[in-house]
Design a protein around this ligand. Structure first.
Ligand SMILES: [Zn+2]
Ligand SMILES: [Zn+2]
Length: 255
């Protein structure tokens, strides 16, 4: 049984065949998932899916790329949604310096506001980081994010950055890129991360693992990520599956 901790089944790419994709996930042993919403439309989509399926949960937050669009009303809405029985985390949130739609200062402010909200509602946070590792670590530290902890999703940073995040009570989640032949850094980090802080994800429809690289990703493929990590950790697939399932359930407070 596998827990895919980061899916975007709410994305338009799944509009045509969402039910079949979920069925394929179940057939592949992927029993649990968290659908991540990061703006008005995808948050609503995440909640709809989480309400429909038993072991599918939702995370709600505001993406750094769209930080410039987040209003105080949106923040109040996130606070309301935090009480929803299927909402298990806030996010994804963070910093993305690859795209320049939202200026860095606005991204940082929106990130800080969401961390403060998470501490208020006592939910873990899911962090999106693109080309912004040091600023992310600094803000998590300054805002005392260790109090809620959470997930560094689809981690691609260095061993040093991973250690800083582990020290702040965060889990490290690996996605498709860890399976790429040239992925030296994520493999090194995966070896270093303690077993009780390890998570797996697809981030589907993006970042499909080898041999589907470049194609539409789906939760069933999290098995390929799990197989790669099990190999790196010298565990059986079953051991790795059980460990990451327990880690995710504990973090998301799922019985
Ligand atoms: Zn992301
Ligand atoms: Zn994502």
């Amino acid at each position: 049984m596998l827990f895919d901790t980061h899916v975007h089944l709410n994305a338009d790419q799944f509009e045509e065949d969402r039910a079949e994709v979920i069925k394929r996930a179940h057939q592949a042993g992927v029993t649990h998932m968290v659908v991540v919403g990061f703006d008005e439309k995808t948050i609503k989509g995440a909640l709809e899916i989480a309400e429909e399926y038993e072991n599918i949960y939702a995370a709600v937050g505001w993406h750094p790329v769209d930080a410039i669009d987040m209003t105080e009303d949106h923040l109040a809405w996130l606070e309301e949604l935090a009480a929803h029985p299927k909402v298990v985390a806030l996010g994804e949130m963070g910093l993305d310096y690859h795209w320049d739609k939202s200026p860095k200062e606005i991204q940082k402010e929106v990130f800080r506001k969401q961390i403060r909200l998470a501490k208020k509602v006592k939910l873990p946070i899911i962090i999106h980081n693109r080309e912004a590792s040091q600023d992310i670590v600094d803000i998590l530290n300054e805002e005392g994010a260790a109090e809620v902890g959470g997930i560094m999703h689809c981690f691609s940073g260095s061993v040093e950055i991973a250690r800083a995040c582990l020290d702040m009570n965060f889990h490290i989640s690996f996605g498709g890129p860890v399976t790429f032949k040239n992925a030296k850094k994520p493999k090194e980090v995966a070896i270093e991360v303690p077993l009780d802080r390890l998570l797996i994800e697809t981030d589907c429809p993006y970042l499909a693992p080898h041999p589907y690289r470049g194609k539409r990703n789906e939760p069933a493929y999290v098995q390929l990520v799990a197989t790669q990590i099990a190999e790196l950790k010298e565990l059986t697939l079953e051991q790795l599956a059980e460990q990451t399932m327990n880690n995710a359930k504990k973090l998301f407070n799922i019985i």
